[in-house]
Design a protein around this ligand. Structure first.
Ligand code: UD1
Ligand code: MG
Length: 449
């Protein structure tokens, strides 16, 4: 039997943030979500999350995870104190307890699996993950005997200068035999620089303690400050780009682009410099995105091109060309083969296939049929100061340059609207509508004596 406990009660003082540390986002997922998902493949019998600082907020964020048990640690008196809180919840539990620090988000599940299976075959009471770091500053140092067994872990701040020169560090990931740990947990003391109960002190109290060194030290990066957060973001971004390149995506300047964990990207997509995919994005095959696009929670069909544009919570059909400098806002639904050109904003509107909005327009709360041509500078005036109203334009209609369609208004199909019109009344199919002041001419005006 395996139980997993994630330590997530700390404040994260060194982050200097109003957000609890474990809720800091990293490539589209919070630290604690990443830690939990790194252990998913182990299929544990129990999953416990130790919460404390802003516990309500952390619990609310993780409500969606089925079977997750929340254990409260109040006050937060160190990692050993955190694990002591499991004693009632795990009373009578037989098996191993895998403890994961909530601020170590880059671990691969294969690494944890290997550690657990080494633990099971070695007969140790605890096996922990270690790394040799070029710069071990801040990490607990792991001291071993000549048989390679762990004798003690000493926190950086409690180490002598000589002890600090040991670069074998504790990753904060441990597999314990629960009953052995439960026996020593009550014996922890606060005899250290921080006056806290350290989980790491249990290691010296347990009969046999082993360690497994990770091959890739990046995996055990702990996040205690914003510099480390930025380093981990860089590692994750590199992993995501490598993954998608292996799946057939081209990046012309990979380091200038960022991706989220939840993106799906098709084959032969080309991502040009300074392009960022955030949230839940689905990108079809053969798209060309960038330079300079921000795409968030959006779905793009195949063969879409977008240049210097922002696309958020929108759906875009196949073969659509977007930009430069277009803004697709929530609930924009752009049909196949449409064209959204320069300085065009589209919000909560459906555009039928083949429609074109090429220049300087605002289309909001509108429904356009097929092959509508929206002239330069056309605006749907959707807001009367209190409510939003709908504009409908039928298929094959054209609006002249600088038209204003004052909603609610219904323009039929195959309609032509004269340039500069302000349309306030519905227009029937096949009509020409002109709504503007007549041009006045004063002959010889400039020749007056
Ligand atoms: C800890 C280890 C250190 C290791 C490092 C790896 C101890 C004493 N030290 O140090 O050996 O090298 O992780 O990253 O364990 N937490 C609680 N309750 C508390 C205090 C902390 O749940 O009372 C949680 C935090 O939210 C965090 C985790 O435990 O997720 C680790 O705490 P942190 O204060 O970051 O420990 P480190 O100083 O990094
Ligand atoms: Mg830490």
């Amino acid at each position: 039997m395996l139980a997993i406990a994630v330590l997530a009660a700390g404040k994260g003082t060194r982050m200097k943030s109003a957000l609890p540390k474990v809720l800091q986002p990293l490539a589209g997922a919070t630290l604690v979500e990443r830690v939990l998902s790194s252990a998913r493949t182990l299929a544990p019998e129990r999953r416990l999350l130790i919460v404390g600082h802003q516990a309500d907020r952390v619990e609310a964020q993780l409500q969606h995870i089925p079977g997750l048990e929340f254990v409260l640690q109040q006050p937060q008196n160190g990692t050993g104190h955190a694990v002591q809180q499991l004693l009632p919840a795990l009373e009578g539990f037989e098996g191993e307890l895998l403890v994961l620090n909530g601020d170590v988000p880059l671990l691969r599940s294969e690494t944890i699996e290997a550690m657990v299976s080494r633990h099971r075959s070695s007969g140790a009471n605890v096996t922990l993950l270690t790394a040799r770091l070029n710069d071990p500053t801040g990490y607990g140092r792991v001291f071993t005997n000549d048989r390679g067994e762990v004798e003690s872990i000493i926190e950086h701040r409690d180490c002598s200068d000589q002890q600090r020169s040991n670069n074998l560090t504790n990753a904060g990931i441990y597999c314990f035999n629960w009953s052995a740990l439960a026996d020593v947990l009550p014996k922890l003391s606060t005899d250290n620089d921080q006056g806290e109960l350290y989980l790491t002190d249990t290691v010296a109290m347990l009969e046999k303690a082993m360690h497994v060194e990770v091959a890739d030290p990046d995996e055990v990066n702990g996040i205690n400050n914003r510099m480390q957060l930025a380093q981990c973001e860089a590692v994750l971004q590199q992993r995501l780009r490598d993954h998608w390149m292996a799946e057939g995506v081209t990046f012309t300047d990979p380091f200038s682009c960022t991706l989220s964990e939840h993106c799906q990207i098709g084959r032969d997509v080309v991502i040009e410099p300074q392009t960022h995919l955030r949230g839940d994005c689905r990108i079809g095959d053969n798209c060309r995105l960038g330079p300079g696009c921000l795409i968030e929670d959006a779905e793009l069909g195949t063969g879409v091109t977008a240049v210097h544009s922002v696309i958020r919570e929108a759906r875009v059909g196949d073969g659509v060309a977007i930009g430069p400098f277009a803004h697709l806002r929530p609930a924009a639904d752009v049909g196949d083969g449409c064209r959204i050109g320069n300085f065009v904003e589209v919000k909560k509107s459906q555009l039928g296939p083949g429609s074109k909005v090429n220049h300087l327009s605002y289309i909001g709360d509108a429904s356009l049929g097929e092959n509508v041509n929206v002239g330069a500078g056309t605006i749907t005036a959707n807001y009367d100061g209190v409510n939003k109203h709908l504009t409908v334009i039928g298929s094959n209609s054209k609006t002249g340059a600088n038209s204003v369609l004052v909603a609610p208004v219904n323009v039929g199909s195959n309609v032509t609207i004269g340039a500069g019109s302000t349309i306030t009344k519905d227009v029937p199919d096949d009509a020409l509508a002109i709504g503007r002041a007549k041009q006045l001419m004063k002959d010889g005006w400039n020749k007056r004596g």
